[in-house]
Design a protein around this ligand. Sequence first.
Ligand code: SAH
Length: 252
Amino acid sequence: MEKGKIFLVGAGPGDPDLLTLRAARLIGSARLIVHDGLVDPEILEMARPDARLVSVAKSRARHTLPQDDINALLVREALAGNDVVRLKGGDPFVFGRGGEEMEEARAFGVRVEVVPGISAANGAAAAAQIPLTHRDHASIVSFVAGQCKGLAEQDWAGLAGKGRTLVIYMGVKTAPQIADKLMADGLAPDVPVAVIENAARPDMRVLRGLLAALPDLVEHEEVKSPALIVIGDVTAQVVAEGAKLAIGVEEQ
Ligand code: SAH
Protein backbone atom coordinates (compact mmCIF):
# COMPACT_ATOMS: atom_id res chain seq x y z
CA MET A 1 0.00 0.00 0.00
CA GLU A 2 1.27 3.45 -0.78
CA LYS A 3 2.10 5.53 2.28
CA GLY A 4 0.26 8.76 2.94
CA LYS A 5 2.02 12.08 3.24
CA ILE A 6 2.19 14.36 6.27
CA PHE A 7 1.59 18.06 5.68
CA LEU A 8 2.86 20.21 8.54
CA VAL A 9 0.69 23.27 8.04
CA GLY A 10 0.84 26.65 9.78
CA ALA A 11 -2.62 28.06 10.54
CA GLY A 12 -1.39 31.56 11.43
CA PRO A 13 -2.44 33.51 14.52
CA GLY A 14 -6.21 33.10 14.22
CA ASP A 15 -7.92 35.09 11.48
CA PRO A 16 -8.68 32.70 8.57
CA ASP A 17 -7.75 35.51 6.16
CA LEU A 18 -4.16 35.12 7.34
CA LEU A 19 -3.85 31.54 6.08
CA THR A 20 -1.63 30.96 3.07
CA LEU A 21 -3.50 29.82 -0.04
CA ARG A 22 -1.66 26.51 0.19
CA ALA A 23 -2.88 26.03 3.77
CA ALA A 24 -6.46 26.97 2.85
CA ARG A 25 -6.45 24.53 -0.08
CA LEU A 26 -5.08 21.69 2.02
CA ILE A 27 -7.57 22.33 4.84
CA GLY A 28 -10.42 22.43 2.34
CA SER A 29 -9.50 19.14 0.71
CA ALA A 30 -8.12 17.06 3.61
CA ARG A 31 -9.81 13.87 4.75
CA LEU A 32 -7.87 13.90 8.02
CA ILE A 33 -6.83 16.97 10.01
CA VAL A 34 -4.89 16.65 13.25
CA HIS A 35 -4.94 20.06 14.94
CA ASP A 36 -3.79 21.65 18.14
CA GLY A 37 -5.72 23.91 20.49
CA LEU A 38 -4.51 27.21 19.06
CA VAL A 39 -6.24 26.67 15.73
CA ASP A 40 -9.27 28.95 15.43
CA PRO A 41 -12.65 27.16 15.09
CA GLU A 42 -13.42 29.30 12.03
CA ILE A 43 -10.45 27.73 10.29
CA LEU A 44 -11.62 24.23 11.17
CA GLU A 45 -15.00 25.09 9.64
CA MET A 46 -13.23 25.28 6.28
CA ALA A 47 -12.74 21.50 6.35
CA ARG A 48 -14.90 19.19 4.26
CA PRO A 49 -18.03 18.00 6.09
CA ASP A 50 -16.78 14.42 5.89
CA ALA A 51 -13.24 15.23 7.08
CA ARG A 52 -12.00 13.53 10.24
CA LEU A 53 -10.87 16.19 12.73
CA VAL A 54 -8.64 15.02 15.55
CA SER A 55 -7.75 17.47 18.32
CA VAL A 56 -4.49 17.00 20.14
CA ALA A 57 -4.97 20.19 22.12
CA LYS A 58 -2.17 20.99 24.48
CA SER A 59 -2.17 23.63 27.14
CA ARG A 60 0.41 24.40 29.77
CA ALA A 61 -1.66 22.78 32.49
CA ARG A 62 -3.40 20.07 30.55
CA HIS A 63 -1.37 17.85 28.27
CA THR A 64 -4.08 15.87 26.55
CA LEU A 65 -1.70 14.10 24.22
CA PRO A 66 2.04 13.95 24.79
CA GLN A 67 4.23 14.83 21.82
CA ASP A 68 5.38 11.20 21.37
CA ASP A 69 1.77 10.11 21.01
CA ILE A 70 1.12 12.85 18.45
CA ASN A 71 4.18 11.74 16.46
CA ALA A 72 2.99 8.13 16.62
CA LEU A 73 -0.54 9.06 15.54
CA LEU A 74 0.69 10.99 12.48
CA VAL A 75 3.00 8.19 11.38
CA ARG A 76 0.40 5.46 12.01
CA GLU A 77 -2.11 7.23 9.77
CA ALA A 78 0.45 7.86 7.04
CA LEU A 79 1.63 4.24 7.11
CA ALA A 80 -2.02 3.19 6.77
CA GLY A 81 -2.10 5.13 3.50
CA ASN A 82 -3.81 8.29 4.74
CA ASP A 83 -2.61 11.81 3.97
CA VAL A 84 -2.55 13.83 7.17
CA VAL A 85 -2.88 17.59 7.48
CA ARG A 86 -1.18 18.44 10.77
CA LEU A 87 -2.50 21.92 11.52
CA LYS A 88 -0.69 24.12 14.01
CA GLY A 89 -1.14 27.65 15.27
CA GLY A 90 1.24 30.17 13.73
CA ASP A 91 4.18 28.61 11.93
CA PRO A 92 5.06 24.92 12.36
CA PHE A 93 8.76 25.70 12.82
CA VAL A 94 8.47 28.48 15.40
CA PHE A 95 7.88 26.88 18.81
CA GLY A 96 5.59 24.46 17.00
CA ARG A 97 7.47 21.18 17.45
CA GLY A 98 7.26 20.70 13.71
CA GLY A 99 10.89 19.63 13.71
CA GLU A 100 10.17 16.62 15.90
CA GLU A 101 7.18 15.54 13.83
CA MET A 102 9.23 15.85 10.65
CA GLU A 103 12.07 13.75 12.11
CA GLU A 104 9.64 11.04 13.21
CA ALA A 105 8.06 10.92 9.75
CA ARG A 106 11.46 10.66 8.09
CA ALA A 107 12.45 7.82 10.42
CA PHE A 108 9.53 5.84 9.01
CA GLY A 109 10.13 6.86 5.41
CA VAL A 110 7.00 9.00 5.34
CA ARG A 111 7.11 12.06 3.07
CA VAL A 112 6.59 15.47 4.63
CA GLU A 113 5.64 18.83 3.21
CA VAL A 114 5.95 21.93 5.38
CA VAL A 115 3.57 24.82 4.75
CA PRO A 116 4.66 27.98 6.57
CA GLY A 117 2.24 30.10 8.56
CA ILE A 118 2.25 33.61 9.94
CA SER A 119 3.86 33.24 13.33
CA ALA A 120 2.27 34.94 16.33
CA ALA A 121 5.06 37.54 16.40
CA ASN A 122 4.34 38.64 12.85
CA GLY A 123 0.58 38.46 13.23
CA ALA A 124 0.61 40.35 16.53
CA ALA A 125 3.01 43.00 15.27
CA ALA A 126 0.77 43.69 12.28
CA ALA A 127 -2.48 43.67 14.22
CA ALA A 128 -1.13 45.91 16.99
CA GLN A 129 0.78 48.07 14.50
CA ILE A 130 4.06 47.61 16.33
CA PRO A 131 6.90 47.21 13.81
CA LEU A 132 9.38 44.53 14.93
CA THR A 133 12.22 46.39 13.25
CA HIS A 134 12.38 50.09 12.53
CA ARG A 135 15.16 52.17 10.98
CA ASP A 136 15.26 54.42 14.03
CA HIS A 137 14.56 51.93 16.82
CA ALA A 138 15.53 48.32 16.18
CA SER A 139 17.59 46.38 13.68
CA ILE A 140 17.69 43.08 15.56
CA VAL A 141 14.70 40.97 16.55
CA SER A 142 14.74 37.77 18.59
CA PHE A 143 12.04 35.21 19.40
CA VAL A 144 12.33 33.36 22.71
CA ALA A 145 10.18 30.93 24.68
CA GLY A 146 9.31 32.12 28.18
CA GLN A 147 7.75 29.04 29.69
CA CYS A 148 8.90 27.80 33.06
CA LYS A 149 10.95 24.81 32.02
CA GLY A 150 14.55 25.85 31.52
CA LEU A 151 13.84 29.56 31.79
CA ALA A 152 16.55 30.14 34.38
CA GLU A 153 19.18 28.37 32.25
CA GLN A 154 18.39 30.24 29.05
CA ASP A 155 20.92 32.90 28.13
CA TRP A 156 19.05 35.97 26.92
CA ALA A 157 21.89 38.40 27.60
CA GLY A 158 22.07 41.00 24.85
CA LEU A 159 18.80 39.99 23.18
CA ALA A 160 16.94 43.03 24.51
CA GLY A 161 18.02 46.65 24.83
CA LYS A 162 18.93 49.55 22.59
CA GLY A 163 18.24 48.85 18.93
CA ARG A 164 16.72 45.44 19.71
CA THR A 165 13.27 43.91 19.89
CA LEU A 166 12.64 40.82 21.98
CA VAL A 167 9.46 38.82 21.40
CA ILE A 168 8.57 36.34 24.12
CA TYR A 169 6.21 33.47 23.35
CA MET A 170 4.53 31.54 26.19
CA GLY A 171 5.54 34.13 28.77
CA VAL A 172 2.27 35.05 30.50
CA LYS A 173 2.65 32.77 33.52
CA THR A 174 6.33 33.60 33.97
CA ALA A 175 6.12 37.37 33.43
CA PRO A 176 7.59 38.12 36.91
CA GLN A 177 10.58 35.82 36.34
CA ILE A 178 11.03 37.25 32.85
CA ALA A 179 11.11 40.86 34.09
CA ASP A 180 13.58 39.89 36.86
CA LYS A 181 15.77 37.92 34.46
CA LEU A 182 16.00 40.79 31.97
CA MET A 183 16.73 43.39 34.65
CA ALA A 184 19.35 41.09 36.21
CA ASP A 185 20.95 41.02 32.73
CA GLY A 186 21.20 44.81 32.94
CA LEU A 187 18.11 45.93 31.08
CA ALA A 188 16.70 49.26 32.35
CA PRO A 189 13.43 49.00 34.34
CA ASP A 190 11.89 51.69 32.13
CA VAL A 191 12.32 49.86 28.83
CA PRO A 192 8.92 49.96 27.12
CA VAL A 193 6.98 46.71 26.74
CA ALA A 194 3.75 45.60 25.13
CA VAL A 195 1.61 42.58 25.79
CA ILE A 196 -0.53 41.43 22.89
CA GLU A 197 -3.27 39.00 23.83
CA ASN A 198 -5.33 37.09 21.25
CA ALA A 199 -3.57 38.81 18.37
CA ALA A 200 -5.39 38.76 15.05
CA ARG A 201 -8.59 37.66 16.75
CA PRO A 202 -11.74 39.70 17.43
CA ASP A 203 -10.95 39.88 21.17
CA MET A 204 -7.37 41.16 20.78
CA ARG A 205 -5.98 43.39 23.54
CA VAL A 206 -2.80 45.44 23.39
CA LEU A 207 -1.41 46.58 26.73
CA ARG A 208 1.57 48.84 27.14
CA GLY A 209 3.83 49.61 30.06
CA LEU A 210 7.38 49.55 31.33
CA LEU A 211 9.52 46.49 32.04
CA ALA A 212 9.53 46.85 35.83
CA ALA A 213 5.72 47.01 35.82
CA LEU A 214 5.24 44.03 33.46
CA PRO A 215 4.23 41.56 36.20
CA ASP A 216 1.65 44.01 37.59
CA LEU A 217 0.31 44.73 34.12
CA VAL A 218 -0.17 41.02 33.40
CA GLU A 219 -1.76 40.38 36.77
CA HIS A 220 -3.93 43.49 36.95
CA GLU A 221 -5.26 43.08 33.42
CA GLU A 222 -5.66 39.30 33.90
CA VAL A 223 -3.80 38.56 30.69
CA LYS A 224 -4.55 35.06 29.43
CA SER A 225 -2.74 32.81 26.98
CA PRO A 226 -2.24 33.11 24.06
CA ALA A 227 -0.31 36.31 24.47
CA LEU A 228 3.06 37.66 23.41
CA ILE A 229 5.32 40.00 25.33
CA VAL A 230 7.29 42.43 23.20
CA ILE A 231 10.20 44.30 24.76
CA GLY A 232 11.88 47.30 23.20
CA ASP A 233 11.54 50.84 21.94
CA VAL A 234 9.34 49.81 19.00
CA THR A 235 6.49 49.22 21.45
CA ALA A 236 6.51 52.86 22.56
CA GLN A 237 5.98 54.40 19.14
CA VAL A 238 2.84 56.35 18.44
CA VAL A 239 -0.07 54.04 17.84
CA ALA A 240 -1.37 54.62 14.36
CA GLU A 241 -4.90 55.84 14.09
CA GLY A 242 -7.23 52.95 13.43
CA ALA A 243 -4.99 50.43 15.17
CA LYS A 244 -7.20 47.85 16.76
CA LEU A 245 -6.50 48.81 20.36
CA ALA A 246 -9.01 47.35 22.76
CA ILE A 247 -7.26 48.74 25.80
CA GLY A 248 -4.27 51.02 25.88
CA VAL A 249 -2.53 51.30 29.23
CA GLU A 250 -0.26 54.09 28.14
CA GLU A 251 2.45 54.55 30.76
CA GLN A 252 2.59 52.80 34.07
N1 SAH B 1 3.83 27.99 16.34
C1 SAH B 1 3.22 29.14 16.99
C2 SAH B 1 3.68 29.31 18.42
C3 SAH B 1 3.21 28.21 19.34
S1 SAH B 1 3.73 28.47 20.99
C4 SAH B 1 3.54 30.39 16.17
O1 SAH B 1 4.39 30.36 15.26
O2 SAH B 1 2.92 31.41 16.44
C5 SAH B 1 2.28 29.17 21.70
C6 SAH B 1 2.49 30.64 22.01
O3 SAH B 1 2.37 31.41 20.83
C7 SAH B 1 1.48 31.23 22.95
O4 SAH B 1 1.77 30.94 24.29
C8 SAH B 1 1.60 32.70 22.65
O5 SAH B 1 2.73 33.24 23.27
C9 SAH B 1 1.86 32.68 21.15
N2 SAH B 1 0.63 32.90 20.37
C10 SAH B 1 0.06 32.05 19.51
N3 SAH B 1 -1.04 32.60 18.94
C11 SAH B 1 -1.16 33.83 19.46
C12 SAH B 1 -2.09 34.90 19.29
N4 SAH B 1 -3.13 34.80 18.47
N5 SAH B 1 -1.88 36.03 20.01
C13 SAH B 1 -0.84 36.16 20.84
N6 SAH B 1 0.07 35.19 21.05
C14 SAH B 1 -0.08 34.04 20.37
